[in-house]
Design a protein around this ligand. Structure first.
Ligand code: AMP
Ligand code: GLY
Length: 424
């Protein structure tokens, strides 16, 4: 079977690395294509140029290459309905429909669904009117959680410490029209929990903890994620059970009941409060960099599971298997990230890093005119290692980081600190 993987980040490099080990590619002569991919993905897949916004062009490529499975990595093409278009042309797709991707694309949609299905999450007000939003602040206590609706790559959320700051933020958010969700502030530690589903059967697909702030000790501005580890032992079997029974399963059931069956991976951002896990947000894709650590631990054949979701027969498969060891990834970013990252910085000695046993996933890299590897994005490399526990995986990941020659790059030095502080 031939597979087409769409995307170009560290998440897609990890998916490509794992898909290339699948039986259909590694043993049965299938080809893995990736569009647009990146120089790391090129080590596992044949890169192709496709305009992903042009659904007809993608479908024509799938027909010409007899593609048996399309895997959509990022959220934007899902929210844009690419999965619907390809399914309509008869291709199995791993990833939700446009309607189902609203779980990520619209915070208001998700909050309303949670309210209908009685799913534990922060109390909220959803409004399109500034005066209503300003009045609604009176129903909440500081800090105020304010979310602009729509895909915002993590930048649509402001946590305002004072009422005056909240009012100013709301005026700013409404200046371009649109809709805002105001939420009750939830206290607790955050964790990412994943499930794969074909719309009916649901399997847990691992947990992880991300590090969203740019600086050590969780300081500085928010980013897409500066590092992650899996498993996240704070997601105890009891919490995972509750998250599945009270949050994920009722969501999948409600989506099916309402005529928008969800298939693909559902990524639940959880707040672990003292009243149990509550939903912060859903994403309709794998986390980045959480995917990188999940793939390092996945023992099952990835293509088999993604195809079973796409073909609505996940129930015929046993639950996927993950190894017990820990995986930890450190994001190396370009100086300036998350503001304006410095592009074009040279990168070397990735071989030396991988000789330590680590895996270096490429996120924002490209080849310059002379064929040398350079930084081309904010998050550039994901240096990923495994160990008996989080501390050992951390030590191995930083050993590999320290081999890499990336003068215009930086990373956090404390990925995994919460878990390591807990276990001593
Ligand atoms: P979101 O894009 O909805 O995940 O929000 C981004 C970040 O804001 C989350 O990862 C949390 O750290 C924080 N956040 C969002 N909603 C809440 C909430 N209701 N209470 C506390 N923190 C929140
Ligand atoms: N690592 C956070 C995200 O993928 O949204």
């Amino acid at each position: 079977m031939h597979i087409l993987l769409l995307g170009s980040g560290g998440r897609e490099h990890a998916l490509a690395w794992k898909l290339a080990q699948s039986r259909c590619i590694a043993e049965e002569g299938g080809t893995l294509f990736a569009a647009p991919g990146n120089p790391g993905i090129a080590g596992h897949a044949q890169l192709v140029t496709l305009d992903i916004a042009n659904h007809g062009e993608v479908a024509a490529f799938c027909a010409a290459q007899s593609i048996g499975l399309v895997v959509i990595g990022p959220e934007a093409p899902l929210v844009d309905g690419l999965a619907d278009s390809l399914r309509a042309s008869g291709f199995p797709v791993f990833g939700p429909s446009r309607a189902a991707a609203q779980l990520e694309g619209s915070k208001g949609f998700t909050k309303d669904l949670c309210a209908r299905a009685n799913i534990p999450t922060a109390g909220y007000v959803r409004t399109k009117a500034l005066d209503e939003a300003l009045a609604a602040l009176g129903r909440f206590a500081a800090p105020y959680v304010l979310k602009a609706d729509g895909l915002a790559a993590g930048k649509g959320v402001v946590i305002a410490e004072t009422r005056a700051e909240a009012e100013e933020t709301l005026r700013d958010m409404f200046s371009g029209g649109g809709e805002v969700v105001i939420e009750e502030f939830m206290e607790g530690e955050e964790a990412s929990y994943f499930a794969i589903t074909d719309g009916a059967t649901i399997y847990a697909f691992g947990g992880a903890q991300d590090h969203k702030r740019v600086g050590d000790g969780d300081t500085g501005p928010n980013t897409g994620g500066m590092g992650a580890y899996s498993p996240a032992p704070i997601l105890t079997p009891q919490i995972r059970g509750e998250a599945m029974q009270r949050i994920i399963a009722p969501t999948i059931r409600a989506m099916a009941d309402e005529g928008m069956p969800y298939s693909g991976v559902l990524y639940a951002g959880l707040m672990l409060t003292n009243q149990g896990p509550k939903l912060v947000e859903y994403n309709c894709r794998f986390g980045d960099p959480e995917c990188q650590v999940l793939m390092m631990r996945l023992e099952s054949d990835l293509a088999d599971y993604l195809l079973a979701c796409a073909e609505r027969r996940l129930g015929t498969m046993p639950p996927p298997k993950f190894s017990d060891h820990s995986a930890l990834t450190v994001v190396m970013a370009a100086e300036g990230y998350p503001g304006t990252p410095q592009k074009g910085g040279t990168i070397g000695k990735l071989d030396a890093a991988e000789e330590t046993g680590a895996k270096v996933f490429h996120a924002g890299t490209s080849l310059d005119a002379s064929g040398s590897l350079v930084a081309s994005g904010g998050r550039v490399l994901n240096v990923t290692a495994t160990g008996q526990n989080t501390a050992e995986a951390q030590q191995r990941a930083y050993e590999a980081v320290d081999k890499i020659d990336f003068p215009s790059g930086f990373c956090r030095r404390d990925i995994g600190w919460r878990e390591i502080a807990r276990t001593g």
